[in-house]
Design a protein around this ligand. Structure first.
Ligand SMILES: C[S@@+](CC[C@H](N)C(=O)[O-])C[C@H]1O[C@@H](n2cnc3c(N)ncnc32)[C@H](O)[C@@H]1O
Length: 260
């Protein structure tokens, strides 16, 4: 049976988590290595803004870190909290907006690995987010922020595809750029997620908007945030031994930000 719906992939946490949660090993190792190498404090508590299904947060919680997070999507929050509870961990994820939030207790580290920061559509929201993060971090604490920058010396990547399988469930996705509105700096993206089970075929037709950042634009934004400095930069190879300097060809960049 075949079916098509226009919806957000974030409303389908099971499919999202299979697609993006099946291969977290490299990100996980990298995060822990960053805490060791770059933090100016011992990392015990970790916060993930826009944590979604908490694919990395769960692993860190099971390792003994005190983890918490927020997300705009109640279905993702419920999914994440249920999984925390399944492992006997407190349900510490709340529905919240990463551009304006406060935490009850400061954290030692935070991360936001796969471009989620670009969901913040305006300068005000992006600045608000970084200010909230700076306020929430303990001195010496880290915010590991991975984003796709817009390169200035080569063509940006125009499409990406992912695929994952668990038992009889197969999820394939294809995302493509529909173009950038230069006035608003919003990139319009199409996303098709195809779900296959022995009895069902479903296509989720999604549309997203991501704010674009050239390297200089990101640095200008960061300059306006009191209390955060760049400790190091890497790429999405997540190799702690290979920091990368950012240039006009850089696209996938991980900024390791530290609370002064
Ligand atoms: C690409 S997913 C990333 C989820 C998770 N961080 C991960 O690495 O798998 C983006 C998430 O951002 C959330 N989101 C988008 N805008 C948000 C906002 N302003 N505040 C909080 N969450 C937001 C979505 O609901 C979605 O769960």
């Amino acid at each position: 049976m075949s079916n098509q719906v226009e919806a957000s992939i974030y409303d389908y946490p099971v499919y999202y988590d299979l697609l993006f949660g099946s291969d977290v090993a490299a990100e996980y190792r990298f995060l822990k290595a960053c805490f060791q190498k770059h933090a100016g404090c011992e990392v015990r508590s970790i916060f993930e803004p826009a944590c979604g299904t908490g694919r990395l947060l769960i692993k860190l919680g099971r390792e003994g870190y005190a983890v918490s997070g927020n997300d705009l999507n109640p279905k993702a929050v419920e999914f994440c909290n249920k999984r925390l509870a399944k492992y006997g961990l407190p349900e510490t994820v709340v529905v919240g907006d990463m551009s304006k939030f406060r935490v009850k207790a400061k954290f030692d580290a935070a991360f936001n690995m796969i471009n989620t920061f670009r969901h913040l559509a305006t300068d005000e929201q992006a600045l608000g987010h970084l200010q909230c993060m700076a306020r929430g971090l303990n001195k010496g604490g880290l915010y590991v922020l991975g984003i796709h920058l817009e390169p200035t010396l080569c063509q940006p990547m125009q499409e990406e595809a992912w695929s994952a399988r668990r038992g009889n469930l197969v999820v394939n996705s294809y995302m493509w750029s529909k173009g950038i509105d230069r006035k608003t700096r919003l990139e319009h993206l199409g996303l098709h997620v195809d779900v296959f089970t022995p009895t069902k075929r479903l296509r989720i037709v999604d549309h997203m908007e991501y704010r674009t950042y050239k390297h200089a634009e990101f640095l200008d934004l960061l300059k306006r945030v009191r209390g955060l400095e760049i400790a190091e930069t890497y790429d999405f190879g997540y190799n702690i031994k290979k920091p990368c300097s950012v240039n006009g060809r850089s696209e996938d960049v991980v900024f390791v930000l530290r609370r002064k």
